[in-house]
Design a protein around this ligand. Structure first.
Ligand code: 3NM
Length: 520
C-alpha cells in the first residue's frame, strides 16, 4: 500500500523554551494550532529528558490523531518508536537517514534538514520523504543556524530538484511569519517545482492566540501576495514588437492622465534631475528616503524606485521597509542595483533587497544585472558606470542572462548599454535608440528607472509593455534632443533632453507626431 499523502502546507514545529512557549501548555498550543489549520506537527524539544519527551509525545499524538494530522519527532528515532507516531525529522548531525529508515521502516515519514545542494542531493537520493530547507531568514528561534539562504537559495535548491526530477517534497523554514509567507511561496516557485509547505515555530508557538495565528497563516499559504496580481504572466512574455510598439503612445498618455506618484529613494547626486524627469514624463515626483513614510505613500497608487546609489546600513533598512509597504499594497517597485558588482557591501545589499521583497522591474547595466543572478559569474565592476567590467558577456550571453534573471525573479528586467535589453522572461526586446550624450551626464541611468516607474504605475497590468514604453520614450527623446541645433555637447543636452521628454508626451497626448518618433 502506498504511503498516505501528507499535506505539508502549514507545518508547525514546536518549541518548549520559555522564550517561545512562555507559560503556555504545549498540548493546548498545539491543539489550538490544529484548530486553526496546521497540517503537520513536529515535536521539537532539545532539552527535556527522554521520559518527558516520550510522555509529551504520547499526549501530542493523541491530539494530532483526533485531527488526522501526522506527528513527527525531532531528532529522536527512539522517541518516535516509543510514541508510535508517524515519523521523525532528522538534522545533519543526527542519526543518518539509512539507519533511521531501517529502524522505522518504509511506512514512516522521514524528513531531513538540508541547506545546500550536496545535503539536498544526499537526502533526496537516500529516500527522505521531505526536506526541511533553511535557514531562509535570520531567526532567533534556533541557535547556531548554519547559513541564511534567503529566497534566492531556496529558488536554487528547488530548481535543482526540478532539474533532477527528485520526487522529494519540500518545506522551508526560518524566520517565516505572516508578513512574508505568501511572498516566499510565490517567489520561490521555480520552473516545475514549488514548495510543498512552509514550517514555522515562533509565528505560532509564541503567538498570543495560536489558533488565530494559524488560521491567518493557513489563509496566507493559499493566497498569492498582493503584487502577484499584476506580475508578468506567461501570455504576456512574448509578443510581437509591433503589438508592443502600438501600445507606447497609449501608455505615455496614461501617465499624463493619471499623473502617478513616482516615489524615489535615490542618491543625492540625481535627486533634482530625477524629479525633473518625473515631471516631464507626466508623473508626480517625491524624493523620500525615509522608510517609515512608505506605507502612506504606497497607498497613493504610484510606484517606488529603489536606487542603491549610496547604500548605507540605515539606507538598506529604509529600502526594506519601503519595499514591504509597496509589496503589501500591490504597487509596483523598480529596483536599480547601482554598483551591485562594485563592492562586497553592494553585492550583499543586492541579495538582501532581492530576498527582502519583490521588485516588479530590475534595471541595471550589464555588471549590475549579472550581479543579481544567484550563482552567476563573479563580476568586478569598477564604478557605478556600465563600462567594460571584467567577465563581460557576449551579446547573446547577456540576453540569456537578462532573461534568466527575469525568469528567476518573475519580473521585468532591463539591461542597459549601447543596446538596451528588455524582457519579462520570454522574448528579449533590443532597443538600439539613445545617444552617447546619455553616458556623459550623471544620473541619466538612474532617471530611466524614474521614467519606468511612471509607466508601470500608470499601466500596472502590463509591466513589460509599460517598461518598454519607458525605455523607448527615454532613448528617443535623447536622440531628438541630441540632434537639435542648439545642443553643442552634454551640457546643453540636459535641458534639451527634458524639453524632448515633455514634447514627446504632449505629442502622444495630442495624438500627433507619434509616427515620427515611433519610426525610430
Ligand atoms: N530549523 P522560526 S530554522 C527549527 O534552518 C529550525 O533548519 C531551522 O523558527 C533550519 O519559525 C529553525 O521561529 C527555527 O523562525 C525556525
Amino acid at each position: 500500500m502506498p504511503k498516505p499523502e501528507v499535506d505539508y502546507s502549514l507545518y508547525l514545529v514546536t518549541d518548549s523554551t520559555p522564550a517561545i512557549l512562555g507559560n503556555a501548555d504545549i498540548c493546548e498550543v498545539v491543539e489550538a494550532a490544529l484548530k486553526g489549520g496546521v497540517t503537520c506537527v513536529q515535536y521539537r524539544d532539545k532539552t527535556s529528558d527522554t521520559g518527558v519527551l516520550v510522555a509529551t509525545g504520547r499526549k501530542l499524538h493523541q491530539i494530532t490523531q483526533r485531527y488526522n494530522i501526522p506527528l513527527l519527532i525531532n531528532d529522536r528515532v527512539d522517541v518516535a518508536l516509543a510514541v508510535g507516531c508517524e515519523g521523525v525529522h532528522i538534522g545533519q548531525d543526527d542519526l543518518d537517514l539509512p539507519t533511521a529508515r531501517k529502524i522505522l521502516g518504509e511506512d514512516a515519514i522521514i524528513g531531513v534538514t538540508a541547506s545546500n545542494i550536496a545535503e539536498i542531493e544526499a537526502a533526496a537520493r537516500g529516500g527522505a520523504d521531505y526536506l526541511g530547507i533553511g535557514t531562509v531568514f535570520a531567526t532567533a528561534t534556533k541557535e547556531n543556524t548554519k547559513s541564511i539562504i534567503g529566497v534566492e537559495g531556496l529558488q536554487e535548491i528547488l530548481l535543482k530538484i526540478a532539474a533532477e526530477k527528485w520526487p522529494v517534497k519540500t518545506v522551508c523554514i526560518g524566520g517565516i511569519n505572516a508578513s512574508n509567507i505568501s511572498r516566499v511561496i510565490w517567489q520561490s516557485n521555480g520552473k516545475g517545482k514549488s514548495l510543498d509547505g512552509v514550517a514555522v515555530v515562533s509565528a505560532i508557538m509564541a503567538a498570543r492566540d495560536p489558533e488565530a495565528a494559524s488560521k491567518e497563516l493557513a489563509q496566507l499559504v493559499k493566497s498569492p501576495p498582493a503584487f502577484a496580481r499584476s506580475a508578468p504572466t506567461i501570455g504576456q512574455q512574448s509578443r510581437s514588437p509591433k503589438e508592443l510598439l502600438s501600445m507606447v503612445p497609449y501608455i505615455i498618455k496614461a501617465v499624463d492622465n493619471k499623473k502617478p506618484l513616482s516615489h524615489n529613494m535615490t542618491n543625492l547626486v540625481v535627486q533634482n534631475f530625477a524629479a525633473n524627469v518625473a515631471l516631464n514624463v507626466g508623473a508626480s515626483p517625491i524624493m523620500a528616503n525615509y522608510g517609515e513614510e512608505a506605507k502612506d505613500l504606497a497607498s497613493l497608487g504610484g510606484a517606488l524606485v529603489i536606487n542603491m546609489g549610496t547604500v548605507t546600513p540605515d539606507g538598506l533598512t529604509n529600502y526594506l521597509k519601503a519595499l514591504k509597504a509597496y509589496n503589501d499594497a500591490g504597487q509596483p517597485v523598480v529596483y536599480d542595483p547601482v554598483g551591485a558588482g562594485a563592492t562586497a557591501v553592494r553585492r550583499s545589499a543586492t541579495r538582501t533587497i532581492l530576498g527582502g521583497g519583490y521588485a516588479d522591474v530590475i534595471k541595471g547595466n550589464q555588471s549590475e544585472i549579472l550581479s543579481c543572478i544567484p550563482g552567476g559569474p563573479a563580476i568586478q565592476q569598477r564604478g557605478v558606470d556600465g563600462g567594460d567590467p571584467s567577465g563581460a558577456s557576449s551579446p547573446r550571453e547577456l540576453a540569456l542572462a537578462t532573461r534568466e534573471l527575469a525568469r528567476l525573479r518573475r519580473c521585468v528586467v532591463v539591461t542597459t548599454g549601447k543596446t538596451d535589453l528588455v524582457t519579462a522572461g520570454g522574448s528579449v526586446y533590443a532597443v538600439d535608440n539613445g545617444h552617447a550624450y546619455l553616458g556623459m551626464v550623471t544620473g541619466t541611468g538612474c532617471c530611466l528607472g524614474t521614467t519606468i516607474s511612471a509607466m508601470v504605475a500608470a499601466h500596472p497590468n502590463d509591466k513589460l509593455a509599460a517598461t518598454l514604453a519607458g525605455v523607448l520614450l527615454y532613448n528617443i527623446a535623447a536622440e531628438i534632443a541630441a540632434e537639435r541645433a542648439d545642443v553643442r555637447g552634454p551640457g546643453t543636452f540636459v535641458p534639451a533632453f527634458l524639453d524632448e521628454l515633455y514634447n514627446a508626451r504632449i505629442a502622444a497626448v495630442k495624438g500627433s507626431g507619434e509616427d515620427a518618433w515611433l519610426k525610430r
